[in-house]
Design a protein around this ligand. Sequence first.
Ligand code: FMN
Length: 451
Amino acid sequence: MYCLRQILPDLWWVGGNDRRIALFENVFPVPRGISYNSYLLLDEKTVLLDTVDKAAGEVFFDNLEHLLGQRPLDYVVVNHMEPDHCATLADLLRRHPETTVVGNTKTFQLIQQFFGLDLKDRSLVVAEGDQLSVGSHTFRFLMMPMVHWPEAMASFEESKGILFSADAFGSFGALSGSLFADEVNLEKDWMDECRRYYANIVGKYGAQVQAVLKKAAALDVQMICPLHGLIWRSNLSLLLDKYQKWSTYTPEDQAVLIPYASVYGHTETAAEALACRLADAGVTDVSLYDVSAIHPSYIVSEAFRCSHIVLASTTYNGGIFCNIETLLTDLKAHALQNRTVAIVENGSWGPMSGRLMREMVGSMKNMTLLEQSLTLRSALAESQYEQLDALAKAIAASVNSAAAGKAPVEEEKTKGFRCSVCGYVYEGDSLPEGYTCPVCHVDADHFAPIP
Ligand SMILES: Cc1cc2nc3c(=O)[nH]c(=O)nc-3n(C[C@H](O)[C@H](O)[C@H](O)COP(=O)(O)O)c2cc1C
């Protein structure tokens, strides 16, 4: 039983989805599942770009055989050798003994390690800039070492400008029919999961992603086909801007993230009281997370978005509460940088968590610790409300000065309406009847007048 989507007259999505998976990479919850994308080009030669996880193997092989019919599979390009993309590769090669495998030297090393296969007689080893012409289409291969595995590479199809980008530009979330980013409500349904995927899977490798972005900038990229999630064929600048920010550890928003750890609720109440004071001070983009209730991957993702972080933790057996310690270890492991951090600690007899959290933050790159902090002795005391106010004021001042220091994004002089989903601007006095966004296809209800 096949299940396909056509991308171009001769290019197809032949992947599959998994909505039963609990933990991606056996660690990240994926409540909305995950897609494993694979692409088939039917040119003079037939070319498959990557395979899929074994969970999607059945539909993948049905898709492939349906489209190939009696044609041979001439090439399989292995852009990424992580098993969620290559678990079905050995089976594919058994079914298609005629197929030549395209990869770099490290790809073939991993094929040998995972499958014990020596593909000498049926391998095409490519290096940076090498080309493969398969008829009307030509692929150029771009190495992407450590995005996020050493063998990762991208294949750039030159005539249509399609970047097959491996795990770069991917997202958590199974596909629900819609395959293209312009077919979905990006901000509402996808952007948070794009960010959570980036931060947790690729976030550590900002420098390597920067190298990829530089390579991509030199190409006329019209479409990005990653191995998970949506295909991007319009408004690419939205995704590229996000990647520019994420890979340079630049906050997206002047916003405050408050991860807190509390056993009996007193540290939690203090964190909430702080959030209320921040709102009073005009800082409304504040998100509170109980580190014992929310998986760290969500908080790591928020840390990539927000400019400010307030760490609030009880002292726990002489240390930091375990889940805050895990979070901090995670943030450091993902190389988070360039954030302003404030500390709230609690300790009923010998508060330690503040000092220990400061030490951990101090060992991270380019982190600014606010001087103001708050030490609770079991609970927030009446006498500490002024101190809480002062902490909120200091955070708000830092948020506001960072916001003021930021060059205004654009002086909006245009008269018209802006799409709230993709940012497209319609210029004119009123929207035509039945108007839909030419970029993301939402209707006129999603447009707001430009003030
Ligand atoms: C199991 C456990 C161990 C704790 N260990 C310490 C400690 O080593 N030093 C300390 O000053 N307070 C310790 N505390 C007290 C907490 O830091 C905190 O003051 C108390 O739990 C109240 O805050 P909460 O309501 O946010 O949990 C401990 C609390 C618990 C439940």
